[in-house]
Design a protein around this ligand. Structure first.
Ligand code: UDP
Length: 319
């Protein structure tokens, strides 16, 4: 198959491109390099089955041509990372709403199956743990820029589902929980690459808030495998799936683990959210997915344990 990946030079997109090439597909990677990097696709750059376009999803003429010419679309291009979102709210909303609208419109024009990358952020401040796909979403005020990301992704989900119901566009929605691995950068806020780099440099490890908030971290390879299996499965059309690990760890324990695995002499420093992000910043206390739906659909099981993922990331950053 010929498969278009928007955000194909991003962290997850580059692993997806590699995975699809290995399966014998042709891959078209589109990326505007806002948070993606060509170095992410260094390993596959010379593959004759890879076509790379450095351009944006707002180039309608190009999108028309690329979508027409492919069999499936993975739409991963988006503004990502809490730091990036708080600093770039206009770009976040415009990319995630207007950009996704363009991708869905052209997918519909040619009736190409499209994967929409959504997010665990969508559950917001909900306390109904573990999060099942159908629960209510709870967001804070529009004054708090962080929520623009969840809200914009919720609009994407509404639009994708609307196209499925009204126009029979085959869409698959995946809500990605915290996904980690080599190539992820800490520049846009993501906690694991930040902690690993701080620990390797013996700089203070910056835990925001009291560190009691928790997350579940999944290996990028497990996540990519799930995306492809969902897209290969006819029954996943018109459905929403949580994708991620359900093994929970507090951010303070994560900091201790990274310190230990790197043999670092770093201190662990607590930083108030107001200082770290923005006045009035709201974090999620716990974020745990219910993954029974995706388990039933494709037999999904997060395979790589956290310690192993961290060791791989540490090796990556040492190099
Ligand atoms: N975090 C932290 N120190 C950092 C970066 C992030 O303590 O240097 C915290 C952040 O406040 C959140 C968690 O780590 O509670 C996960 O943050 P990340 O931005 O990776 O993902 P999120 O789950 O918030 O989307």
């Amino acid at each position: 198959m010929r498969i278009l990946i928007t955000g194909g030079a991003g962290f997850i997109g580059s692993f997806l491109a590699e995975y699809l090439l290995k399966k014998g597909h042709q891959v078209i990677a589109l990326d505007n390099l806002s948070t993606g990097r060509l170095s992410n696709i260094r390993n596959i750059y010379k593959s004759k089955n890879l076509e790379v376009h450095v351009d944006t999803i707002f180039n309608r003429e190009l999108i028309d041509h690329l979508v027409k010419d492919c069999d499936q679309v993975y739409h991963l291009a988006a503004a990502v990372g809490v730091r990036f979102i708080v600093d770039n709210p206009v770009l976040t909303i415009e990319t995630n709403v207007a950009g996704t609208e363009i991708m869905i419109k052209f997918a519909n024009k040619y009736k190409k199956k499209i994967f929409i990358a959504s997010t665990s952020e969508l559950y917001g401040k909900s306390n109904s743990l573990p999060f099942k796909e159908g629960i209510d979403r709870i967001y804070g005020s529009t004054n708090i820029r962080r929520w623009s990301y969840a809200e914009s992704k919720a609009v994407d989900e509404f639009l994708a589902l609307a196209y499925w119901h009204e126009k029979k566009l085959p869409v698959v929605i995946g809500r990605l929980f915290n996904t980690i691995g080599p190539r992820q950068t800490g520049q846009y806020g993501m906690v694991v690459p930040r902690f690993v780099q701080q620990a390797l440099l013996d700089h203070p490890i910056t835990v925001y808030g009291d560190g009691k908030q928790s997350r579940c971290f999944a290996y990028v390879g497990d996540v990519v495998d799930a995306l492809v299996k969902l897209m290969e499965d006819d029954k996943s059309v018109g459905q929403i799936y949580n994708i991620g690990s359900d093994k929970e760890i507090t951010i303070f324990d994560l900091a201790k683990k990274v310190k230990k695995l790197t043999n670092s002499s770093s201190t662990i420093k607590l930083i108030p959210y107001n200082e770290a992000y923005e006045e009035g910043f709201e974090d999620m206390n716990r974020r745990v997915p219910d993954i029974s739906k995706i388990k039933k659909a494709i037999g999904f099981e997060p395979k790589v344990p956290l310690d192993e993922i961290l060791k791989e990331i540490i090796e990556y950053y040492k190099k």
